[in-house]
Write a protein that binds this ligand. Structure first.
Ligand code: GDP
Ligand code: MG
Length: 439
């Protein structure tokens, strides 16, 4: 897939912008690369459409070449396609968490049991494995050996008893031992058949599992996505585990599962060792598929710079508009809120402690300011100069708000001080001045 996409980027070298015309060829390459990677056709179609729409509409980031920008768009769409965020395992709120594993024969279910226990043990959870594959005695031995390697108990009752019975007894045992997570291994078949589905449904009913995870082999490409869909419809699953990703160079399964089935890939297996199981990170997967980490981080940095410039622009706008009593009120309220937050901050070692009396003091003075601003006319709020110029106005406000003239004068002076302070803060060099209040 990586090499297939390279052709797409190469075709854009030397172009100035992305246009409807010049992305036609590259998009064809992307489409071909995805199909060759065994991504299902409807997914490919939607993907190519989404990327095209964005590529043409997008404003070019300064300093970024069109081919680099397309890499970024494709990357972001890949991440979205795979569900965006990592999808964590759920744990039961009370009692043991039960994880039921299902899947065809040879996909790696039994191996996943052990890997999962190994993974969860590291998270501090106690685990128990339940041997539910009653068709092959060797399967039980395999689970026992693996359980021994991880150091977790394996519950088994041989091959002469129904899986749903084993599940029931296993769960009872786990409750008795206060185990955090029960992982149930089940028997696969070479192909989907009714007896397997019935068996799984029965086991699921008994266990009432927190997670039902379908284990699928990444090497089967888009077939994996179809299986996840079918199992979800038949028994209802919560997600998938994609195994043998180490042997899969095409990526089709990883790309299709979420979009086709609506179910997330929760974990991936990348090898035969116990530690070769990890959460599925769409972002990392996309990065691996594209193999262009340096381009991506470059484009991201360029985007950051653009964002920063936008923010500065905004600040300038705010500053050029005159800071009035409305802004003053907003600011002061925000600061007052931070005051109550500082109760929390005060608990952090090394941070200046704000005493409760200081907070009360700040809240009190905010109330006084508010009562004065409330009786100002809208014009006075917007043009503080009016108050600076007229003692009559200040007197009126004092009377109406029940405060002294001195308090009103203080408030007006404070506003002009704030104007100057903010200008300085913003590094705007023009000299702000504080008018002397006239009589
Ligand atoms: P089950 O029939 O679904 O229980 O499959 P098993 O757990 O017995 O695994 C079948 C084979 O696949 C074993 O040889 C495993 O070592 C191998 N296997 C499982 N997971 C992975 C993986 O992520 N990568 C590789 N390379 N091999 C795996
Ligand atoms: Mg097995």
């Amino acid at each position: 897939l990586t090499s297939g996409l390279e052709a797409a980027w190469n075709k854009l070298k030397g172009e100035e912008v992305l246009t409807k015309e010049n992305i036609v060829e590259p998009m064809r390459d992307i489409r071909r690369a995805l199909l060759e990677a065994d991504v299902s056709l409807p997914v490919v179609r939607r993907f190519v459409q989404a990327v095209s729409d964005q590529a043409v509409g997008v404003g070019l980031i300064r300093g970024v070449r069109p081919d680099q920008q397309l890499v970024k768009i494709v990357n972001d769409e890949l991440v979205k396609l795979m569900g965006g965020e990592v999808s964590d395992l759920e744990f039961a709120k009370s009692g043991p968490t039960v994880i039921l594993l299902a899947g065809l024969q040879g996909v790696g279910k039994t191996t996943v049991c052990a890997k999962l226990a190994f993974y969860l043990k590291k998270l501090g959870k106690s685990c128990m494995l339940v041997a539910g594959d009653v068709y092959r005695p060797a399967a039980i031995d395999q689970l026992k050996i693996l359980g021994g390697q991880v150091g977790v108990p394996v519950y088994s009752e041989g091959t002469e008893i129904k899986p749903s019975e084993i599940a029931k007894h296993g769960l009872e045992e786990a409750k008795k031992k206060q185990i955090d997570v029960v992982i149930m291994d089940t028997a696969g078949r070479l192909q989907i058949d009714k007896s397997m589905m019935d068996e799984l449904k029965e086991v699921k009913k008994v266990l009432n599992p927190t997670e039902v995870l379908l284990v699928v082999d990444a090497m089967t490409g888009q077939e994996a996505a179809a299986l996840v869909t079918t199992f979800n419809i038949e028994i209802g699953i919560t997600g998938a585990i994609l195994t043998k990703l180490d042997g899969d160079s095409r990526g089709g399964a990883a790309l299709s599962v979420r979009e086709v089935s609506g179910k997330p890939i929760k974990l991936v297996g990348r090898g035969e060792r116990l530690e070769d199981l990890e959460p599925f990170y769409p972002e990392r997967m996309a990065g691996r598929i594209l193999g262009m980490g340096d381009v991506l981080s470059f484009v991201e940095k360029a985007q950051e710079v653009m964002k920063q410039e936008d923010a500065e622009e905004l600040q300038k706008k705010i500053m050029s508009a005159k800071f009035d009593f409305n802004d003053f009120l907003k600011q002061t309220r925000a600061v007052a809120q931070m005051g109550s937050m500082s109760r929390v901050i005060g608990m952090i070692p090394g941070m200046a402690k704000v005493t409760p009396s200081q907070i009360r003091e700040a809240e009190k003075s905010l109330k006084i300011m508010e009562s004065m601003i409330e009786v100002m006319t809208p014009e006075e709020r917007e043009k503080p100069e009016l108050l600076a110029e007229s003692a009559t106005r200040r007197k009126r406000i004092a009377t109406e708000s029940g405060k002294t003239e001195q308090q009103v004068s203080q408030l007006v002076a404070q506003l002009f001080q704030m104007r100057v302070r903010m200008k300085n803060l913003m590094g705007v060099m023009e000299n702000g001045s504080i008018p002397a209040l006239s009589n």
